[in-house]
Design a protein around this ligand. Structure first.
Ligand code: CAP
Ligand code: MG
Length: 449
């Protein structure tokens, strides 16, 4: 153009605002996918231009206008940044709200969704930092996903366990045990009173214990513990492997041995997770997701992807359990945000709740509920805090907090079960578990001995 714009584009000067990616008058449609990013522009960069650039690069734009834009319904396909607000108490950072037309996305694919929303924008030069804080999915899109293969209600029915959190333990040490000794830990923990034991994130098929060995000894332990206690028990057999073929082979073997549950790690990737969710639904097996690796991109406040977004993606993808934080354990966790993650997993509808980090109303359109899992440095002495903070529909998982008990593994499991039942009983009887919790636990321990 005669005004010299063309040469400015050629020099890489951003003009996303002018290209139509900033539309302050746009009223998001019920069918739009919405995202809120926290943007921190470089010094001197206009926040609105930076926000429009995020909208542009996560939808149709590249760094310059292209002739072929005129061959598409570009106004419809352009994402629209419709609001930019300063982040309270964080000078230089802004919340940018962006609306995406539903037609930009393939139905039922987290890989496709994430390739747009986080695929291209995080290394953008004009931004110091960028964080995807939250998303809203319209019901029409939610309905294109399977959702949790089993869900909380049916899992409880299969286990015949109600009215209390489920109890688990991660076998420790994480690495090095032989199959036989590993199976002993599983048996002791289950007979002592736990509902589940669990492989750790990094147990797959190492020279000290190949996967078949682990599965055989673990399932023998489950059968013996079920016979000894009369309860349904489970152990999350980690089927994470290098290829889908290997994962299916391991999951099929777990099912053949009668396992009610299998486990995968988040690091297998979104497509593998969705494939395993399909497998889980076809085979009536509960699917546990360990969020291995998430902190590499969820922990920083100004950059990365919030765990609340990962939790939403995983509810759509169709896992049945997801690690979602404890607040009180060894790993970092803000109580308000963690509350938001648990609500995303367990509610039919999430209203906007800024204090819990929830920026949008979200209808889950009858997708099953996802069981949140608390783990990381927790033990029976915190039972009142855990139940007060996390509620009833969750799994509490104590690795060191079972296997590190001074009187042995079964005693550690019993301590957890007795502590849990004492606190639930006291709470249901109207006692204040926040203040009376430690005394209730001490009394239960005396009685138990
Ligand atoms: C816990 C754990 C879990 C983390 C996962 C570990 O062991 O097995 O993997 O807690 O964290 O390896 O640290 P302990 P999150 O019970 O002995 O601490 O649930 O936050 O994803
Ligand atoms: Mg672990």
């Amino acid at each position: 153009p005669a005004d010299g714009k063309r040469s400015r584009y050629a020099a890489g000067v951003m003009e996303y605002r002018e290209m139509g990616y900033w539309q302050p008058d746009y009223a998001p449609k019920d069918t739009d996918i919405l995202a809120v990013f926290r943007i921190t522009p470089q010094d001197g960069v206009d926040p609105i231009e930076a926000a429009a650039a995020v909208a542009g690069e996560s939808s149709t734009a590249t760094w310059t206008v292209v002739w072929t834009d005129r061959l598409t319904a570009s106004e419809k396909y352009r994402a629209k940044c419709y609001r930019v607000d300063p982040v309270p108490n964080a000078p230089g950072s802004y919340f940018a709200f962006i609306a995406y037309d539903l037609d930009l996305f393939e139905p039922g694919s987290i890989a496709n969704l994430s390739a747009s929303i986080i695929g291209n924008v995080f290394g953008f030069k004009p931004l110091k930092a960028l964080r995807l804080e939250d998303m809203r999915f319209p019901v029409a899109y939610v309905k294109t996903f399977q959702g949790p293969a089993t869900g909380i209600v049916v899992e409880r029915e299969r286990l015949d366990k109600f009215g209390r959190p489920l109890l688990g333990a991660t076998v420790k040490p994480k690495l090095g045990l032989s199959g036989r000794n590993y199976g002993r830990v599983v048996y002791e923990a289950l007979r002592g009173g736990l509902d589940f034991t669990k492989d750790d994130e990094n147990i797959n098929s190492q020279p000290f214990m190949h996967w078949r060995e682990r599965f055989l000894y673990c399932m023998e332990a489950v059968a013996k513990a079920e016979a000894a206690t009369g309860e349904t028990k489970g152990t999350y057999l980690n089927v994470t492997a290098a290829t889908m073929e290997d994962m299916y082979e391991r999951a099929d073997f777990a099912k053949q041995l009668g396992s009610v549950i299998v486990m995968i790690d988040l690091v297998v990737g979104y497509t593998a997770i969705q494939s395993m969710a399909k497998w889980a639904r076809r085979n009536d097996v509960v699917l546990h997701l360990h969020r291995a690796g998430h902190s590499t991109y969820t922990r920083q406040k100004a950059h990365g992807v919030s765990f609340r977004v990962i939790a939403k993606w995983m509810r759509l993808a169709g896992v049945d359990h997801i690690h979602a934080g404890t607040v009180v354990g060894k790993l970092e966790g803000d109580p308000n945000n963690v509350r938001g993650y648990y609500d995303i997993c367990r509610e039919d509808f999430n209203p906007v709740q800024l204090e819990h980090g929830i920026f949008f109303d979200q209808h889950w359109a009858s997708l099953n509920k996802l069981m949140p899992v608390a783990s990381g440095g927790i033990h029976a002495g915190q039972m009142h805090q855990l139940i007060d903070l996390l509620g009833e529909d969750c799994v509490l998982q104590f690795g060191g907090g079972t296997i590190g008990h001074p009187m042995g593994i079964a005693a550690g499991a019993t301590a957890n079960r007795v502590g849990l039942e004492a606190i639930i009983f006291a709470r249901n009887a109207g006692r204040d578990i926040r203040t009376e919790g430690p005394q209730i636990l001490e009394d239960a321990a005396k009685h138990c001995l």
